[in-house]
Design a protein around this ligand. Sequence first.
Ligand code: NIG
Ligand code: FE
Length: 409
Amino acid sequence: MTERCDLLISNVNAATMDPSLPGGYGAVEDAAVAVTGGRIVWIGPRRELPECAADQVVDGEGQWLTPGLVDCHTHLVYGGHRASEYARRLGGESYEEVARAGGGILSTVRATRAASAEQLYHGAEPRLKALLSEGVTTVEVKSGYGLELDTELKQLRTARRLAQHYPVDIVTTCLAAHALPPEYDGRPDEYIDLVCEEILPAVAREQLADAVDMFCESIAFTVEQCQRVIDRARELDLPVKAHAEQLSSSGATSMASKAGALSVDHIEYITDMDVAAMAENGTVAVLLPGAFYTLRETRVPPVDKLRASGVSMALSTDLNPGSCPIASLRLMMNMGCNLFGLTPAEALAGVTRSAARALGLCCSRGVLRAGLRADMVLWPMETPDQLAYEYGALKPSEIFFGGKNVTAG
Ligand code: NIG
Ligand code: FE
């Protein structure tokens, strides 16, 4: 480290989430962190801090510092809402029944196609602000409510535009294979042709997506159709992920893992073979307890088996107008523990280190370590266990994005 730095935070306890340090949090008590050029240049026990002149010094007052949170699976940009469908489901209709009757994802497709880019942008802003107020510094945003080239592009451009105006990195994913659009009714293979031959190449040409996703389910696409989307994405040099095994078991998780997917998401219905395929290929399990909760599902993902097999488990909001209209990653930490059996330390790893891995970004964020981005959150708490345990009153006291203090208000 040089003898001067931009920012020095001292008198903090760091939940580094560094797996090479002991304990679930990789905790360093009474720590100091030095930042230059938006990156951490030194972190460790304060007494070992080398001589350093800082442009700005922050006294952490004994609070806890964590990595900036990463929400690795959202459908943040969409038109309309589905409150009436929620009431129908409370009345007994299932998610699949609503979808088969032309509602569900297709209802949001109609609203998203009808919305202007400006309307989509302003609709997404309050949801993004809610995430940012909780210390989220990286958000993945999927398309998938266009299901035609122009609207898919409109969604992805809107997502990119949000990052120009808010202190957040937005990672975009093309989810054109989300549902069968009505104009292709009865012709799913032809729609997959459109995805592979028109939509994905255009998105790749404009560099509008960082990855490609798909929904493999009886109300969406088959494993074979998803395999075609994966093959095309690989040809275009785009990493892949999949909505898999959410409502039934299909083999999508094994297929996607063997094809090198970054993550498979939902996975309530995976088998032991799927878990083995994920472990073997380093595929991250993205757990979405908010969708499980909202749809009042009963089958939980096999967390014990994933843990025993060493599969990284991320947690995310899945923020979307159907299965999870809940803009809180902190609440997902609590649900991940209460509903799925994660430990509080696993929940924090799930929204930092493992979420970064699910996006292919583990070299740049998700852990407090020299060389990584200085995305960091200071919390007024006595133990990091409070992040999963408490909800509502515990808010970040400071948020740093690329080393800059971006705390709102
Ligand atoms: O992750 N499973 C498919 N897609 C979304 C839900 C989209 C919607 O209902 O609008 C999900 O749950
Ligand atoms: Fe989703």
